[in-house]
Design a protein around this ligand. Structure first.
Ligand SMILES: Nc1ncnc2c1ncn2[C@@H]1O[C@H](COP(=O)(O)OP(=O)(O)O)[C@@H](O)[C@H]1O
Ligand SMILES: [Mg+2]
Length: 150
């Protein structure tokens, strides 16, 4: 698939950079025909993915890096959020609603990412890091494609 546009964002792991990442990705996403609700969904998904890198991947170390790559392929937005942190022992368990390794947290981050985006893929290796890939296509396009098929 041909890339129509792409940005790469590399942030230090300070919590104050999370809103920046969220807004930057949403501004990039608005090049597609996402409505405001969909842009909000994208913001939540990015926040959850980046926060996971800070909190879980790097145990709140403020001096590490999270890389975010956003691409537009055809009419689809792809967001990759990647850390080089501790990794996830059991990805399928981590994806379950209400599962958290931190008793203070709700364990709903991946559930939000899954429900707000069209697709979520998590690859992780212990001590090497975690890569979350999410895609979403504007609802408007999906509806148009469906009506063309009928
Ligand atoms: N980037 C990451 N690096 C290491 N572990 C992670 C990462 N992202 C998620 N996890 C693991 O997956 C679990 C579930 O994540 P999530 O659904 O966001 O819930 P929560 O953040 O509330 O624990 C986390 O508790 C953590 O153990
Ligand atoms: Mg989380």
């Amino acid at each position: 698939m041909k890339i129509k546009n792409q940005i790469k964002l590399s942030i230090l792991t300070m919590p104050e950079n999370v809103p920046l990442a969220r807004v930057t990705v949403a501004a990039f996403a608005s090049q597609l025909e996402f409505n405001l609700d969909e842009l909000e969904d994208i913001k939540v998904a990015v926040s959850e993915a980046v926060t996971n890198c800070l909190v879980h991947g790097y145990s709140n170390d403020r001096n590490r890096t999270v890389n975010i790559v956003c691409s537009i392929y055809d009419n689809t937005l792809e967001i990759i959020v990647e850390d080089e942190g501790v990794g996830i022992t059991d990805v399928s368990k981590a994806l379950q609603p209400a599962f958290s390794t931190d008793p203070e947290r709700m364990g709903l981050g991946f559930t939000f990412m899954q429900s707000f985006m069209d697709n979520l893929e998590v690859r992780s290796e212990i001590s090497k890091g975690t890569r979350v890939t999410m895609t979403k296509r504007p609802q408007q396009d999906l509806a148009a494609a469906a009506s063309e098929e009928n």
